[in-house]
Design a protein around this ligand. Structure first.
Ligand code: NAD
Length: 352
């Protein structure tokens, strides 16, 4: 066994259908008396119901969370938290809402109680992102890690089919890269493999029946493990490519699902142990091909072309992605990365 370092991140997790009922007790545990509820405009209605339940313990609702946390929105939300005298942020939503809570926590040290409703996994990481002038910057800070995470699969029943699939594949991507990360370790690898298995089994069931609470629970469990993997291990070529493509305005979760099988094919021969674990988790002997097949069964976009990337941008994206690469099992080189992006743009099945 290779030597390794394991850094456990402190967070309390409450998991189960109906667990949202424990929100008041969990706020007590944090010593919070004036919670600011955060959401996107689309999820405002469900947050207003929670506001009613919390009564006086709710300092207010801020419902302007949007993708990639623009710095102007972060500043506006920080100002609202201050004016309302909030002593805690309750984020109810996906990575965009959790991200806004993190932006507030970064400058105020208000604790976050996260209630995730997608599979993005941000709630388990100390990673934050802020976008200024179209440029997204990310960082790590212990202050932004939510203190408590309430996983209630009932709140994911409304997540539409396409978003469920893309967000679930985004979670699988975190697990895949944790398995071949430079700082991979056997404990996180166990979680990552189990996360892939749980999501690969549950996502096709969710596609058939969005209300399948057993499948929703298993997917959310997989998402939890994927968030731990993302928070604990450094990410590689796949996440770098998605970060670069995000800068071209492509949607977050869909970009992850399109790029993943191609990034896996790129790294296949240089990360054999990780590929063996992934193959075991998806019950196949061809990990990149099996992930591509899973995605096509889920009926999600399979090419960068479909999600809005211009062919003329492929070369520029390959250039940016190879200029300052993240550590990766296989050397990151312009020619092969260009070929990877071309295959992803066209939506070809990775060669076996
Ligand atoms: P999102 O949070 O942007 O949500 C997408 C849409 O789905 C929104 O309109 C939202 O309101 C809606 N939605 C969410 N849950 C719903 C539900 N249960 N029912 C109905 N509608 C629902 O999407 P996301 O993919 O969860 O998050 C993407 C963002 O998170 C990106 O900015 C990404 O960079 C960030 N992210 C950060 C980390 C981290 O560790 N910092 C990790 C993963 C993702």
């Amino acid at each position: 066994m290779k030597p390794f370092v394991y850094n456990g991140l402190p967070s309390r997790v409450i998991f189960g259908a109906g667990s949202i009922a424990q929100l008041p007790a969990e706020l007590d545990r944090l010593g919070a008396k004036r919670a600011l509820l955060l959401s996107t405009p689309e999820q405002k209605e469900s947050v207003l119901l929670l506001k009613k339940t919390l009564g006086e313990r709710c300092a207010g609702v801020y419902d302007k969370a949007v993708m990639h946390v623009p710095v102007e929105v972060a500043e506006d939300a920080r100002r609202a938290a201050k004016e309302l005298g909030a002593d805690c942020c309750v984020t109810v939503g996906g990575g965009s809402t959790t991200g806004l809570g993190k932006a507030i926590a970064l400058t105020s040290t208000l604790p976050i109680l996260a209630v995730p409703t997608t599979y993005a996994g941000s709630e388990m990481t100390p990673i934050y992102g802020l976008t200024e002038g179209g440029l997204k910057k990310t960082g790590r800070d212990a202050r932004v890690l939510p203190k408590t995470v309430l996983y209630d699969p009932n709140l994911t029943l409304s997540l539409p089919a396409a978003l469920s699939a893309a967000s679930g594949m985004n979670a699988i991507a975190h697990c895949v890269e944790a398995l071949y990360a430079v700082d991979a370790n056997p404990v996180v690898s166990l979680m990552a493999e189990e996360g892939i298995r749980a999501l690969a089994v549950s996502l096709p069931k969710i596609k058939l029946n969005l209300q399948d609470i057993e499948a929703r629970s298993e997917a959310l469990y997989g998402a939890w493990l994927s968030g731990v993997a993302l928070g604990a291990a450094g990410m590689a070529l796949h996440h770098k490519l998605c970060h670069v493509l995000g800068g071209f305005g492509l949607p977050h979760a869909e970009t992850h699902s399109v790029v993943l099988p191609h990034a896996m094919r790129y790294n296949r021969d240089a990360a054999q142990e990780a590929m063996a674990r992934i193959a075991r988790a998806v019950n196949s002997n061809d990990a990149p091909g099996a992930v591509w097949d899973l995605e096509s069964r889920l009926g999600i976009a399979m090419s960068l072309k479909e999600i809005g990337m211009k062919e003329a941008d492929i070369e520029r994206a390959a250039k940016i992605a190879t200029e300052a690469p993240y550590p990766n099992p296989r050397k990151v080189e312009f020619g092969p990365v260009l070929e990877l992006l071309r295959a992803a743009w066209e939506g070809r099945r990775p060669a076996g």
